[in-house]
Design a protein around this ligand. Structure first.
Ligand SMILES: NC(=O)C1=CN([C@@H]2O[C@H](COP(=O)(O)OP(=O)(O)OC[C@H]3O[C@@H](n4cnc5c(N)ncnc54)[C@H](OP(=O)(O)O)[C@@H]3O)[C@@H](O)[C@H]2O)C=CC1
Ligand SMILES: O=C(O)C1=N[C@H](C(=O)O)C[C@H](O)C1
Length: 248
């Protein structure tokens, strides 16, 4: 039996998520925290890691991926901002290192992962759909990575089911009044003190609506998923998007 600990580095280690991840890795019996890096720090200590966990910013994450690929380090990425184009860019870059794995999970909370799966199922049966994501006001981006991914999944399911555009005769009198258009799905972003991370997906068809909702009240909700991804990525070369396939 190989009982060597997984050597983990954390990028964005002093951030809201990074701090939790450092504690979770330190508390995991099968992992060792070998590097903690923030903006402005040198990356050299990361080279001792087998897996780097990235919770930084959409602006810096692509550069971080390049560094890890160059230095032969697997990655678990929670940072937001992964549009369909960005995911394809990462897939292309990863093709240069087929021995390495990258897991990109827009949301590590089991409830959020399940919400996305349920949304894919419901999307086939409802002509209308809108997403409302709600977060703490220190969040630096909108829409959330989770909302982006949920919209992508819904758009794919609608296309497979042969559904056309979501019906909407509205003339927007004020730019932004109808939220943003992500692959044909309207996404609305709310920021309020007291919130952590929440999402609703509202489906509608003749005479009925269905609302799916997930709430993360504490960042502890993300930690089991992060640790699962760290354990899994070592034996999963290539790109894994979303946690669904790891949950079983
Ligand atoms: N997938 C998921 O389940 C979740 C994803 N997220 C996402 O994770 C990301 C981080 O969120 P959060 O922790 O709240 O944000 P914070 O702003 O609290 O933390 C970001 C951290 O990244 C650091 N950082 C910024 N640029 C770099 C860089 N170039 N290299 C190394 N470190 C850098 C910052 O350092 P400094 O302060 O010195 O600038 C800071 O410590 C966001 O994209 C968020 O949406 C959040 C929660 C869950
Ligand atoms: O910034 C956050 O807080 C979160 N970011 C992720 C996202 O953009 O979806 C995940 C979760 O919603 C919390």
């Amino acid at each position: 039996m190989n009982d060597a600990k997984i050597r983990v580095g954390v990028l964005g280690a002093r951030g809201r998520m990074g701090t939790e991840v450092c504690d979770a890795v330190t508390g995991a019996g099968d992992m060792e925290l070998v590097a903690t890096i923030d903006d402005g720090d040198g990356f050299d200590p990361l080279a001792t890691a087998q897996v780097v966990v990235d919770f930084t910013t959409p602006d810096s994450v692509l550069g971080n991926i390049d560094w890890c690929l160059e230095h032969g380090v697997h990655m678990v990425i929670g940072t937001s901002g992964f549009t369909t184009e960005r995911i394809e860019l990462v897939r292309d870059r990863l093709a240069t290192r087929p021995d390495l794995g990258i897991v990109i999970a827009p949301n590590f909370a089991v409830g959020a992962v399940l919400l996305m799966e349920f949304a894919a199922k419901a999307a086939r049966h409802f002509e209308s759909v809108e997403i409302v994501e709600m977060h703490h006001p220190k969040k630096i981006d909108a829409p959330s990575g989770t909302a982006l991914r949920t919209a992508q999944i819904i758009a794919e399911a609608r296309a497979e089911a042969g559904l056309g555009a979501v019906p909407d005769a509205t003339k927007e009198e004020l730019a932004g009044a109808r939220g943003s258009d992500v692959e044909g799905v309207r996404v609305h972003a709310i920021r309020a003190t007291g919130l952590v991370a929440h999402q609703e997906v509202l489906f509608g068809t003749a005479g009925e609506t269905l609302t799916l909702r997930h709430d993360s009240y504490d960042r502890a909700s993300f930690m089991p998923g992060v640790l699962l991804a760290v354990r899994s990525v070592l034996s999963r070369p290539g790109l894994t998007v979303g946690l669904g396939s790891l949950l079983g």
